[in-house]
Design a binder for this molecule. Structure first.
Ligand code: KG4
Ligand code: ZN
Length: 331
């Protein structure tokens, strides 16, 4: 089965065709990063207008290699309402005109399905850590349809923390890759930054204190070594994410751990998580998608729709900007 996935939840406009949830036939992404770099962040109306401009050309490009598709899948939430509407209404129109089934997709659950696009396939039960620009969630996946939220951030998301602290260091947008690059030349132990909630038994975390600590540090110290600070920020975020994921894995006795979301593209996070998971007994397998499949694209939207094939009449498909990772898209 070939599914055309469409993704417009944030600043990307993406379309992809995936066969049987595992084989990418095309994966087209138009990013409006350059526009947002000028303003240091996303202005929702600017993002949505750009998506209106790009959506048809991107869908056309994704269909170049595929004569025929069997169904459409579209992100219905969470995300920016103006952006979501561009993808949702375009997908509904195409489903109606082409007389094809359409599957509404939860963007956060879908991030995890980038792991099914790689050679090695995850096994259930699994712990999933989704770390994106707006969300940080730990979940238990019992099978393709049963997903339970275990914990997450009480304030800023991990990606948001990268983006906000990068802004404080005048590194530009998006902050994650900029901090990661600068951190390569820095000492992660140079600055003693807070890791709130890390030692607590629960599976929640908090990142807003880290941003405040960086603001205070900038006020206090005249000469800041930017590379050292970037490395210390990155390490503080990684320490919390790794600790909480290991705690969840121990508690639920799973076969796999899946990392996903834009922040999963972070090299240090991938490496350090793998090292800690490899120490667990009994053994647990670690899965993380290739970096380009971690950041927003439509291939994992189509993959999720294949494994959770629940089409709805197009009239019932609606954008839901505040959808949570546990929530079904069909209610
Ligand atoms: O999943 P994603 O592409 O979009 C959302 O759904 O939010 O995630 C974007 C987030 C941004 O906060 C960005 O700074 C972060 O992922 N990110 C990274 C890296 N690449 C992207 N964070 C740390 N290291 C990276 N290499
Ligand atoms: Zn995302």
């Amino acid at each position: 089965m070939k599914i055309l996935g469409i993704e417009t939840s944030c600043d990307e406009t993406a379309a992809a065709v995936v066969e049987n949830g595992t084989k990418i036939l095309s994966n087209a992404v138009a990013s409006s990063i350059e526009l947002h770099q000028k303003t240091g962040g996303i202005i929702p109306e600017v993002a949505a207008r750009e998506q209106v401009r790009c959506i048809i050309p991107i869908i056309k490009e994704s269909l170049k290699n595929s004569q025929e598709i069997d169904a459409l899948a579209v992100t219905v939430g969470p995300g920016l309402i103006g952006s979501l509407l561009v993808g949702v209404e375009t997908a509904k129109t195409l489903a109606y005109v082409w007389k094809k089934p359409i599957i509404p997709v939860n963007h956060l659950q879908a991030h995890l399905y980038a792991n099914w696009l790689e050679k090695k396939k995850p096994q259930f039960p699994a712990i999933g850590l989704v770390v994106s620009g707006g969300h940080t969630d730990l979940v238990l996946l019992k099978n393709h349809t049963k997903i339970k939220w275990l914990g997450g951030t009480r304030d800023d998301a991990a990606g948001e923390c990268f983006d906000k602290t990068a802004r404080l260091l005048n590194l530009g947008y998006p902050g994650g890759p900029k901090i990661a690059k600068l951190a390569e030349k820095g000492n992660p132990q140079a600055y003693d930054l807070p890791r709130p909630m890390m030692r607590q038994e629960n599976l929640d975390c908090s990142f807003s204190g880290l941003k405040t600590a960086v603001i205070n540090l900038k006020r206090k110290e005249k000469k800041i070594n930017k590379a050292n600070l970037a490395a210390s920020i990155q390490q503080a975020i990684i320490d919390v994410l790794v600790k909480k994921t290991i705690r969840a894995t121990r508690k639920h006795q799973v076969k796999s751990v899946l990392l996903a979301g834009g922040v999963a593209a972070n090299k240090q996070l991938r490496e350090q998580m793998e090292v800690e998971i490899s120490k667990l007994k009994p053994r647990v397998k670690f899965f993380v998608p290739s970096p380009q499949l971690c950041t927003d694209n439509a291939a994992y939207i189509a993959a999720q729709a294949f494994f959770n094939y629940q089409p709805l009449p197009w009239q019932k498909i609606q954008a839901n900007p505040s959808l949570s990772i546990e929530e079904a898209t069909s209610s």
